[in-house]
Design a protein around this ligand. Structure first.
Ligand code: 9MR
Length: 614
């Protein structure tokens, strides 16, 4: 097993060139919009003047933290006033001067009105003649986002019609990729040249993002987070809110919690990606399936005419499958024992295949028609899979794999940049810290302490900033909102482990950042907030390019600020941006404004946490 190279962070820079090239080629194809079309749309960008009193535009929980950031060069404290919808003063005070903020490049003051605990809608905060977007203070603040951010996954489903009765008329569409022309997948998909001599049925699952590729490492991470969210809620007595008939999914009423119904759609796909017994490298998982060439925007899923191809199996994908399937075996057991057993069998076979093929790496160069999702270090995937298999089975061989892994003791498994599809060691720690298992007490204590100290590090990082973001100022990479949300989930787990309020505060302030308390005054979540993203990069929700198509549905989170400027729109419009301001709500900016299952999953996780009461 290769030695760990820690810490690691998502490497946008290396793989981006290939994706960028793909997109530039795409712009030249007739079905794709010309570059000039993409830039002609008026859409709010980094340069649009935001309100300088930045709040969570959805609002605040009555018993939660309530802080805002004011952009002001003043070096002395400023008076603030909280007004209710009728314009009456509800509270007032003075700001705390924070000064220069590296990530935003702004000079910041902080307002703290946490002690105001009354409820209402339409509050505003005024400082120095400038007034925030309106916001609510109410206990059921996150109920809608919990449902919408989870329903995002239904709308990303491949291989099933999206029903108007569930998604709304604008979002209804026929099933994509079920072998009906012009689709050429996903029911009998051949491999790229030289990889296999058969075709496999890999229907179903979720489309990854704005593209219609399906990638095992990212699917495994996202489905793990949804199931983990349910397992956490159940552990803490809040499972009912995610139970049967709580979401807009076709399986409503089957007595299985809806979030598990949704996750199963992806788990079944992941297991279809496993190489069958009797074939070379049986038990491994194909790394990904996607179009042979990048399709243009818009392309409705059922209209995608590109051939689909299976790409070479990888150790990382195989271990991702092992981890997600092992978790499935444990969590689905009370609801569907046969399915749980099938998951466990798949997980065991994947683990054995990964051990037999420990260094089959997905290359960064494989990014024509789909993303590379490359990973050069899989010791962390071994650790995560072993942790899940051990938590589910209690078997000595998986325990030994956990305890002999360098990731069990490494001090930097929780990177400040957050875990990701590429860096999964933290997931192993989270499983072992929360799911009952037979590790010796001292080992368990150490694992739990590592989660809490990671949360402490996030809190102190937040305390040093103008916007309290759980991300360092050099952490604004492709998908930074996903990294921020992932770090928020770590603080929420620390809250569960310790019941110390400051960790809940950190997790809730993570949502404040995503919902508008940031350098741009931008809520990154469609439908949530006065100034919310709506033109995220997507081939079907492509309203900005084709008025007959919808915008992304409510509850879809944009990738977020990315200082790398890795798409043509970002390059043209965002030159010179401060890291946290490198974002534009334009459909062409896939490196700042795409949606993706691995970013919506931690949003859904956090929204479910924040929605819990009592
Ligand atoms: O989220 C991925 C990010 O970490 C990488 O830097 C980037 C470039 O390789 O790719 C991102 O993932 C994209 C994937 O490759 C294809 N589907 C859309 C994903 C989100 O943009």
């Amino acid at each position: 097993m290769p030695l760990p190279q820690l810490p690691r962070r998502p490497r946008g820079a290396r793989t981006a060139t290939a994706l960028l090239t793909g997109a530039l080629l795409l712009i030249a194809t007739p079905s794709a919009p010309a570059a000039s079309t993409a830039t002609a749309h008026t859409s709010p960008g980094a340069s649009a003047a935001p309100s300088a009193v930045q709040v969570n535009q959805l609002g605040y929980l009555p018993d939660g933290p309530k802080r805002a950031t004011v952009v002001s060069p003043s070096t002395t404290a400023l008076p603030w006033r909280l007004r209710d919808a009728a314009g009456r003063t509800a509270a007032s005070g003075t700001t705390a001067v924070r000064g220069a903020d590296a990530a935003s490049g702004q000079s910041a003051h902080l307002v703290d009105f946490s002690s105001y605990q009354r409820t209402g809608t339409g509050y505003t905060l005024t400082v120095d003649g400038r007034t925030s977007h309106p916001f609510d203070i109410r206990a059921n603040l996150y109920d809608g986002l919990r449902a919408d951010s989870m329903s995002f996954f239904y709308q990303q489903r491949s291989g099933i019609p999206i029903e108007a009765s569930l998604a709304g008329a604008a979002y209804a569409r026929p099933a994509g990729h079920l072998g009906a022309a012009p689709n050429q997948g996903d029911t009998t998909v051949p491999c790229v040249s030289g990889v296999c001599d058969y075709a496999q049925d890999v229907r179903g699952g979720w489309y990854d993002a704005g593209d219609q590729g399906k990638y095992v490492v990212n699917g495994g991470l996202a489905v793990w987070q949804l199931v983990n969210s349910f397992e956490r809620a159940k552990r803490t007595g809040h499972a009912a809110a995610l139970g049967d008939s709580t979401l807009r999914v076709p399986e409503r009423g089957n007595r299985v919690p809806d979030v598990l119904d949704e996750a199963r759609w992806e788990l079944e796909f992941l297991m279809r990606m496993q190489i069958p017994e009797g074939k070379p490298r049986a038990g491994m998982a194909f790394h990904k399936v996607h179009d042979a060439a990048w399709t243009g925007l818009p392309t409705r899923p059922e209209q995608d005419a590109e051939p689909r191809e299976l790409h070479a199996p990888s150790t990382a994908a195989t271990l991702n499958l092992a981890a997600a399937a092992a978790q499935c075996a444990r969590v689905y057991a009370p609801y569907d024992a046969a399915f749980a057993a099938r998951c466990l069998d798949s997980a065991r076979r994947a683990w054995a295949a990964a051990q037999a093929n420990p260094d089959v790496l997905a290359p960064g160069s494989d990014s024509t028609g789909g993303g590379a999702y490359d990973d050069s270090e899989v010791g962390d995937e071994f650790y995560w899979a072993a942790a899940e298999l051990y938590a589910t089975t209690g078997e000595a061989r998986y325990r030994d794999a956990v305890t002999s892994s360098p990731y069990q003791t490494a001090s930097d498994v929780f990177s400040p940049f957050g875990f990701s599809w590429q860096a999964t060691g933290a997931l192993g720690r989270l499983v072992l810290a929360t799911v009952p298992n037979g590790l010796p007490a001292a080992d368990l204590a150490r694992v739990r302490a590592s989660v809490v100290s990671a949360a402490d590090a996030q809190l102190s990082r937040m305390a040093g900033q103008g916007y309290a973001v759980p991300l360092p100022s050099d952490g604004y990479v492709w998908g930074s909102n996903g990294q921020v949300a992932n770090n928020g989930t770590v603080m929420a787990v620390a809250y569960e482990l310790t019941e110390q309020r400051r960790y809940r505060t950190g997790a809730l302030e993570t949502l404040d950042y995503l919902l508008g308390r940031n350098a741009l005054g931008q809520s990154y979540v469609t439908g949530y907030g006065d100034r919310a993203s709506q033109n995220q990069h997507h081939r079907f929700w492509a309203h900005q390019y084709d008025a007959s198509l919808p915008n992304p549905p409510a509850g879809s989170i944009a990738g977020g600020a990315n200082a790398g400027l890795q798409d043509p729109v970002a390059v043209e419009k965002l030159q010179g941006c401060a890291p946290a301001a490198c974002y534009i709500d334009d459909i062409g900016s896939y490196s700042t404004n795409e949606v993706a299952i691995n970013w919506n999953a931690p949003l859904a996780w956090l929204a479910a946490f924040a929605a819990e009461r009592g």
